[in-house]
Design a binder for this molecule. Structure first.
Ligand code: AMP
Ligand code: ZN
Length: 465
């Protein structure tokens, strides 16, 4: 298995710390709003990585945090807490906001066939661990207390910029330009481990600590949860490229200061999905959620297919035109697989040969587009009988998770179902009133979204096409 490691900036042979056991940590969502499809691109890449490693025979334990406290509107130490902002926006408590969006997040996972990580932990459930870690960092002089907050002193970290490869001088200009300088810091790039109420009075989630009532900085949650659930050594840590600095940089600084040794061997980062205007946003332009794509009639797995078609380290631009191309290709592929004859004898030797090719594509730094090409090669290969093709693709789908061998999988969300039933009702009324133009318009409108109405004697039903 070869993986690109952001730490070394090279594709490296993957060697876990403990035989075939892989400890994998993936940064989770800040649950103050829905995930956008860009966020979901990162989770799809992580899902393929986890399942692919298992396919190669590794025993993977994957952990994910849910950020329900501490992540400010800026990635630095200024701005409001994102959760608090979400709660104010919707007139709910932060707890209600967190529960609602966590649920929505995992519904997206289900729609995209992303497996929920074996261990999912809320940031707010591990306060005692952060306090223990911060106390040790203070004792060992990696951290200091200033004006009520506890800061990490980056000058004490071993090669603080090793992950980002950034130039500290350039960064300092950035810090000066973009945020108000925090005078309590020894070094402008130091970051907060623990905020106290003296600074953020509105904070609702707050805990007692040796330094006063307050709440943890954003970065400490991942160091803490990883340490508690996976121990002192981590094999793979993933996230989107925006996490490299400052989030993962600060995680390394804290974890290695606390542990006293190197912490994580491989850092894997997914490139962003952007829209035409550049960065994908939850506030500006069209907020691209998976539900929106569903409402527009896209099967979420078309989006998964769209993501798998490009390499996770390449930027990807979202457009409905490219999603339509992916949708057509995906539907064709699936229909072709579903039509295969499943009653012949499987040629195990041929199957093994293709599985080896598929594993090779995955092992080459998760080459998902090549994995799809191998899938098409199977379909095109005249030497294989149809059942052998079916069995090979069934195996590949353990990693691709495109429901290529699942018949009748098409279902709609509860919301969409309600909408379809209402439209059917409106159409029935229009027909009763002999307003056939309206009735046909409703039928065509649904058809354009991939929903075909079927009129039967006992009433109208629908089918997804
Ligand atoms: P957040 O909920 O903002 O903390 O982000 C959740 C995950 O999505 C993180 O791993 C981010 O690195 C990742 N992410 C954020 N924006 C994008 C994007 N446009 N494309 C891909 N991944 C993203
Ligand atoms: Zn994290």
């Amino acid at each position: 298995m070869k993986l690109y490691n952001t730490l070394s900036k090279k594709v490296e042979e993957f060697i876990p710390h403990d035989g075939n056991k892989v400890k994998m940590y993936t940064c989770g969502p800040t649950v103050y709003n829905f995930a956008h499809v860009g966020n979901l691109r990162t989770y799809i890449f992580e899902d393929v990585l986890e399942k692919g490693l298992e396919y190669l025979g590794y025993d993977v334990t994957r952990v994910m945090n849910i950020t329900d406290v501490g992540h400010l509107t800026s990635d630095g130490d200024t701005g409001e807490d994102k959760m608090l902002k979400g709660a104010e926006r919707e007139g709910k408590t932060v707890y209600e906001i967190a529960d609602f969006y966590t649920k929505a997040f995992f519904e997206d996972f289900e729609s995209l066939n992303i497996r929920k990580p074996a261990i999912v932990e809320k940031a707010s459930d591990h306060i005692a661990t952060y306090i223990k870690m911060i106390e040790k960092m203070l004792k060992d002089d990696y951290a200091y207390l200033s004006k009520g907050n506890v800061y990490f002193d980056i000058s004490k970290a071993k090669d603080y910029y090793k992950l980002s490869g950034k130039n500290p001088d350039e960064l300092l200009v950035g810090v000066r330009d973009t945020v108000e300088e925090d005078k309590a810091k020894r070094n402008p790039a130091d970051f907060v481990l623990w905020f106290t109420l003296s600074k953020f009075e509105k904070q609702i989630m707050k805990w007692d600590s040796p330094w006063g009532v307050g709440y943890p900085g954003w970065h400490i949650e991942c160091s803490g949860i990883s340490y508690e659930t996976l121990g002192e050594y981590l094999d793979i840590h993933c996230g989107g490229v925006d996490n490299i600095f400052p989030h993962h940089t600060n995680e390394i600084a804290q974890s290695e200061a606390f542990l006293g040794h190197k912490w994580c061997s491989y850092w894997c980062h997914g490139a962003h999905l952007n829209d035409k205007s550049g960065k994908m946003s939850k506030s500006k332009g069209e907020f691209l959620t998976l539900s929106l794509l569903k409402e527009k009639g896209y099967d979420p797995l078309c989006y998964r297919y769209f993501c798998l078609n490009s390499h996770y380290r390449n930027g990807l631009e979202f457009s409905y035109e490219s999603l339509d191309i992916a949708k057509n290709a995906y539907n064709k592929l699936r229909n072709k697989v579903l039509s295969l004859n499943k009653t012949l004898e499987v040629d195990e030797k041929q199957k093994d040969e293709y599985i080896a090719k598929f594993k090779e594509a995955f092992s080459n730094d998760i080459n998902t587009s090549l994995m799809l090409t191998v899938t098409y090669d199977v379909l095109k290969d005249d030497e294989l009988n149809e059942t052998t093709k079916w069995e090979i693709i069934k195996d590949f789908d353990k990693v691709l998770s495109l429901d290529l061998v699942v018949d009748n999988k098409k279902t709609v969300s509860k919301g969409l179902e309600k909408e379809i039933l209402e439209k059917i009702e409106l159409r029935n009324e229009a027909k009763k009133d002999k307003d056939f133009a309206t009735a046909d318009k409703i039928r065509d409108e649904l058809l354009s979204k991939g929903i075909k109405l079927i009129d039967k004697r006992e009433g109208t039903t629908y089918e997804l096409i």
